[in-house]
Every structure is written in structure tokens, then in C-alpha cells.
Design a protein around this ligand. Structure first.
Ligand SMILES: Cc1ncc(C[n+]2csc(CCOP(=O)(O)OP(=O)(O)O)c2C)c(N)n1
Length: 490
């Protein structure tokens, strides 16, 4: 069995759990440590420092250079001898490879990961090893493309980039991540209890904007979401107001500590779930389509979703005034709607914003889906229906009063969410209606119970029925039958 892991992945507890297991049970295995000194940002922490010490060790460097020269002159056999000697050197120096040796992995390397003949020979040799081995290879992030070498962080994602310059086209509109980073910086200027935690994603989450202003209150814990949440909980017990900025999909790894360490202890940790909703081209590993379902059942967690960037800032302000845990989910990409006001304002907890009153149908557009709800309301108004438009703001506590008020007068409720329908916002509305004993048809627009492939957001929404047209198709028969009934009564 061969496992390839990046040096960034070695900051993850799961990697160490696996090594613990290898030591216990595994007879033959090759672990390739692909070390480029980068996660998405620069790799952080003790493990990164340890690898760096191994790599910059003078004796190793000499041996590596010699191996490369020998490969060029005589082929693989000689190089393999060098790899072996590097291992002996490691042992004789005691420290460099001791970490892996203690886990029962025989250490080889570090060797040049761009030298294919050397790699081939090394694997031929290691394949016959009778105990688990680790081959440490050194690679360069972005090798072969100058813009990527110049801007290592920028090229981790998918782009699109200009292939010549490496620049991405800017829309000029701020992203949710930027609004988050800037707002947090401003709020932290005034409240020294605020601290920010990222799990190896300073760039993506916008915390790179916070870092220079509050370097001592910024923490990158590596690819370790579970620890990030526990670390936040720990700081909250000491009077800090920690913010964990983690993509919705990666927060899944923090579920247990969210339950036990944060919510059970009622600690005021703010979970900011970036990339909540479909992440488009990044595909199923990155779609943030489950967070409402996995968080909604946890007692005491206040859950928010802003309809635009301004509301995100207001929700952050609100969260810092709460005595307990809270979460905010917001999507990838540019923020829609209003410009952010200079001073964020706290909003009423558990209160939806009724944007337009109406009596035939009530449309709830959660977060990023608010514009679709708006579009549907406008199209129904054009057809002569009276459509109420509501920005729910809170997934928990749900504004049951507003839901009930509309449910008693309309022919149908529509819920829009960028989340799986199962266990999502629409489900919460249906549960609430059931508990209140109010009966009204609910058209739920969201993602189906399956993993969604990668693709353009608009195309995928069209394919899976997250559109105004699909909502109308389900809704119009309900509205028409109510019209008939009303006419018959008259
Ligand atoms: C659980 C989780 N957290 C964060 C990420 C985001 N992420 C994608 S790649 C990456 C860096 C990986 O670094 P490394 O393991 O060194 O591999 P490299 O890309 O440098 O080869 C990160 C943090 C992720 N994919 N999964």
C-alpha cells in the first residue's frame, strides 16, 4: 500500500492517528511525505519546523546533491545506496527522523521529488521493504510556472487565471470573505477579547486581512479543524471571544467539539462558515451543503444566514453580544446587495425581516437565496398574486411567530435555501408548523439527497430545480386551487 501525504496534511491529527495505527498493525506500507513547505499558505507549527530542520540539515543536503550527481552519471543503483546512507545518517544524528521511527516507520530521504529517475529507483528499492517505510521527498510548489512560483498562495485554487500573468479578473465587488475579514478587524479594534482562528485557510476565509492588524490575536492551527474548535472553546473559558472561520465543508470535522466543548458548555464561540452552499467548480468535497442539518440539532446554538454583506457585518456584531455560541453561514464569492454601513448594528435575535407583506403566498429566501425569492415574488406579483417576501435571518431560533402569522393566511409557503433539503431550513419550517398545529403546503427549494457534482452554479441550480421556474411549477397549482375555492365561496 502506498499513501501520499503533503507536509500540510501532517499538521492534521488524523495523520498521527493513522501512524499510530500503522505502528500497531501494518507490515508493509510506503508513506510518501511530499514536502513543499506549503499548505495553501506557508505551513505552520512544530511539524513544519521539524521538517524544515530535517531538510536544511547540512549532511542531508550534501548527500542529496551527491545522489543527484550519481543518478546523472551512473543511474539508479548508486542513488539508492545514497538514500540508504541518508537513513543511516539520520539514525546516527538521532533527531531528524526519530519522529517516524518511533511510529514504526523506517525513514528514507529527504530526496528531490522532481528527480524522476531517483524516485523510480527509490521506489524499486522500497517496494521490497519488509516493514513500513516513509520516503521524504522535496518538491517546489508551482514548479514550471513562473507566476505560480511568484505567488504560491494564489495558485492553489482553480482560478480562472490569466495564463500569462496569473492574475484573476476582479469584479471590484467585495467578497463575503473580505467583508468578514475587514469587519472582524474593525470589531476587534474596539474589543480586545476578540481572537480569530483559522485551520490553514487565512487567505480563503479573509483572515489574512485581520492578521496584520492583530497579529497576537490571530491563530493558524494548521489543517486541524477539530483542534481549532476545541482551542476556541478553551479560550472562551478564559474570557476571550473566539471566532473560528472555517469553510462549511471542513467544519464537519469540528462537529464533535462543537457539541461537547462549545455548546454543551454554553461558551460564546462564533463559528463563521464560509463557502456555505454550492461552491461550484470546486466540486462535492467543497460544497457546503450540510451545515444547517448538522448544526440545527445542537441545543443552544444561534444560527444565522445574511442576505447580503451588510447583514453579515450586523450578524457578527450581534454574535459578540450573545452570551453563548453562535454560527453564521455565508457563501463563496462576491457579496450581493447593499454597501456595508460604517458601524455594524446588532439585530434582534430570532426575528425574521419581513421585506414585503402579502396574503397569497409567503416566500422565505435564506441567505444567498434571497435574490431568487425576490425574483419569484416579483413574478407572482406580475401574475396578480399578493406575495410576501421574507428574509429569515435566523435558522435557529426560528421566527415561529412570523411563520405562523403568514401560514394562517396564505395558500402556500415557499422556502429557498442553498443547502440540502433534508434537515435544512425548509425542514425546520415544516417541523415548526407541525408543532404549532398549523397546516399549509410548503414548497421547499433546495438540493436533493445526493452528492452534487462540480459545475457552474447557475447550470447546477437549473439542473436540480433551484430556480424561480421550478418553484413556480410547484406553486401555481396551489395558488390556482385557492383562487377557485375563494371564487366558489363568493
Ligand atoms: C479538512 C480540510 N481542511 C482544509 C482544506 C483546504 N486545503 C486544501 S489543500 C490544503 C493544503 C494542503 O497542503 P499539503 O498537504 O502540504 O499538500 P500540497 O497541496 O502542498 O501538496 C488545504 C489547507 C482541506 N482540503 N481539507
Amino acid at each position: 500500500m502506498i499513501a501520499v501525504a503533503g507536509d500540510g496534511a501532517f499538521t492534521n491529527g488524523v495523520t498521527f492517528e493513522a501512524m499510530n495505527n500503522i505502528a500497531a498493525r501494518t507490515k508493509r506500507m510506503i508513506v510518501v511525505l511530499n514536502d513543499n513547505e506549503w499548505s495553501i499558505d506557508r505551513n505552520v507549527g512544530a511539524v513544519a519546523r521539524y521538517f524544515h530542520r530535517v531538510v536544511t540539515n547540512e549532511r542531508y543536503q550534501k548527500m542529496r546533491d551527491k545522489a543527484t550527481r550519481l543518478i546523472e552519471r551512473f543511474g539508479g543503483e548508486a542513488a539508492v545506496r545514497i538514500v540508504r546512507r541518508a537513513e543511516e545518517a539520520a539514525k546516527s544524528m538521532l533527531w531528524p527522523s526519530i519522529l517516524f521511527e518511533e511510529f514504526g516507520l523506517e525513514y528514507f530521504g529527504p530526496i528531490d521529488g522532481h528527480n524522476i529517475p531517483l524516485l523510480v529507483e527509490s521506489f524499486k528499492f522500497l517496494k521490497s521493504a519488509t516493514r513500513p517505510v516513509l520516503l521524504h521527498i522535496l518538491t517546489q510548489k508551482g514548479r514550471g510556472f513562473q507566476p505560480a512560483l511568484d505567488k504560491e498562495k494564489k495558485f492553489h485554487g482553480l482560478g480562472p487565471y490569466d495564463p500569462e500573468t496569473g492574475e484573476t479578473a476582479s469584479t471590484g465587488v467585495p467578497t463575503y470573505a473580505e467583508i468578514f475579514g475587514k469587519t472582524l478587524t474593525a470589531l476587534a479594534d474596539k474589543d480586545e477579547r476578540i481572537v480569530a482562528i483559522t485551520a490553514a485557510m487565512p487567505n480563503g476565509t479573509g483572515l489574512d486581512l485581520f492578521r496584520p492588524h492583530h497579529p497576537t490575536r490571530y491563530f493558524d492551527v494548521g489543517i486541524a479543524e477539530e483542534h481549532a474548535v476545541i482551542f476556541a472553546a478553551g479560550m472562551a473559558t478564559r474570557g476571550f471571544r473566539p471566532v473560528c472561520a472555517i469553510y462549511s465543508t471542513f467544519m464537519q470535522r469540528g462537529f464533535d467539539p462543537i457539541v461537547h466543548d462549545v455548546c454543551l458548555q454554553k461558551l460564546p464561540v462564533l463559528l463563521c462558515l464560509d463557502r456555505a452552499g454550492l461552491s461550484g467548480d470546486d466540486g462535492p468535497t467543497h460544497h457546503g451543503l450540510f451545515d444547517i442539518a448538522y448544526l440545527r440539532s445542537i441545543p443552544g446554538l444561534v444560527m444565522m444566514a445574511p442576505k447580503d454583506g451588510d447583514e453579515l457585518a450586523d450578524m457578527m456584531k450581534t454574535a459578540f453580544e450573545l452570551p453563548g455560541p453562535s454560527s453564521i453561514r455565508y457563501p463563496r464569492g462576491t457579496a450581493v446587495g447593499a454597501a456595508c454601513k460604517a458601524e455594524p448594528q446588532a439585530i434582534a435575535v430570532g426575528k425574521a425581516e419581513v421585506v414585503t407583506e402579502g396574503s397569497d403566498v409567503a416566500i422565505f429566501g435564506l441567505g444567498a437565496m434571497f435574490p431568487l425569492a425576490q425574483e419569484l415574488a416579483a413574478s407572482l406579483e406580475r401574475d396578480g398574486y399578493s406575495a410576501a417576501l421574507i428574509n429569515p435571518r435566523f435558522i435557529k431560533p426560528l421566527d415561529c411567530e412570523t411563520i405562523a402569522r403568514f401560514a394562517r393566511r396564505v395558500a402556500a409557503i415557499v422556502t429557498f435555501e442553498d443547502h440540502v433539503k433534508m434537515g435544512g431550513f425548509g425542514s425546520a419550517v415544516v417541523e415548526a408548523l407541525d408543532e404549532m398545529g398549523v397546516s399549509v403546503p410548503v414548497v421547499r427549494i433546495g438540493w436533493p439527497d445526493q452528492f452534487i457534482e462540480h459545475g457552474k452554479v447557475d447550470q447546477l441550480r437549473a439542473r436540480y430545480g433551484l430556480t424561480v421556474e421550478a418553484a413556480r411549477e410547484q406553486l401555481l397549482p396551489l395558488l390556482a386551487s385557492r383562487r377557485q375555492t375563494t371564487a366558489a365561496v363568493r
